[in-house]
Design a protein around this ligand. Structure first.
Ligand code: SAM
Length: 248
């Protein structure tokens, strides 16, 4: 049956491509991608030269119609993004939606994603995480969104565009308690990979301590809000300490 394959690609280190992704890409008749130069370079690394179709935010619907026609004609179609997993803070969801609506099969090929990679090395002990992705660029909207997130009891996962990390850290420091743990995962799987954990109150000093930190790609993780039961326990402990000190 006609199938769209949604293929994750590396987020830095090209050897993170999966065997299944290589096999499928080699068989594909057409590869839908964000940027034909970037995907062309990745394919060339593995000796492939494929017909590509550029699909970005603004033409996803159009491209979806073309891909559906190719699928119906019996072609094998792969969908990739510039890096990581398509449709995760990347184009792809509209194409997948249209292909599914046309009654065709969609098969995901799992692989790298910056969010999950960062979570795996953060050591923030919480079974839950809340994927925020990119915060709004406008200050007012960003503040409103962070205010809503302040009480979420799950690890918060943010993506940040290169060059905007300062603004992001300032906004986080204004919205959350300075004692919350924050983890910066920078340039994951690349030569200058860095994973740093500190209280939010110390985050700006860390960013500023090396000019290179204002470059590169970041995933920023923020420890979730303490759960009501944790807060109640902390209150009980505090009251107990006061009573004990009164007794002595
Ligand atoms: N689809 C991708 C995924 O599955 O992770 C995300 C694409 S999104 C347009 C790009 C953002 O992902 C960057 O701004 C950064 O926040 C994060 N990112 C991608 N690659 C990264 C890397 N190697 N190290 C740290 N963050 C990365």
């Amino acid at each position: 049956t006609a199938t769209l394959y949604v293929v994750a690609t590396p987020i830095g280190n090209v050897t993170d491509i999966t065997l299944r992704a290589l096999h499928l890409l080699a068989l594909a008749d057409v590869v839908a991608c964000e940027d034909t130069r970037k995907t062309g370079a990745l394919l060339a690394r593995f000796g492939m030269n494929k017909h590509m179709l550029a699909a970005h935010q603004h033409n996803e619907r159009e491209v979806a119609a073309k891909l559906i026609a190719r699928l119906v004609a019996g072609e094998r179609v792969a969908l990739v993004s510039d890096a990581g997993t398509p449709a995760v803070s990347d184009p792809g969801a509209r194409i997948v939606d249209a292909v599914r609506a046309a009654g065709l099969r969609v098969v995901p090929l799992p692989g790298p994603s910056a969010a999950v990679t960062a979570l795996s090395a953060a050591g923030l002990v919480n079974d839950r995480f809340y994927f925020v992705g990119f915060l709004p660029a406008k200050a007012k909207q960003r503040e409103a969104e962070l205010a809503e997130l302040a009480r979420v009891p799950a690890t918060l996962v943010f993506y940040e565009a290169p060059h905007r990390i300062d603004e992001c850290v300032q906004a986080l420091a204004a919205a959350f308690e300075p004692t919350r743990q924050v983890v910066f995962a920078r340039e994951l799987t690349k030569l200058f990979e860095e994973i740093h954990r500190c209280p939010l109150g110390e985050a700006m000093a860390w960013i500023k301590s090396d000019a290179n930190r204002e470059r590169g790609e970041f995933v920023v993780l923020v420890e979730g809000a303490p759960q009501a039961s944790d807060a109640a326990e902390a209150d009980a402990e505090r009251i107990l300490q006061i009573l004990l000190s009164e007794c002595s």
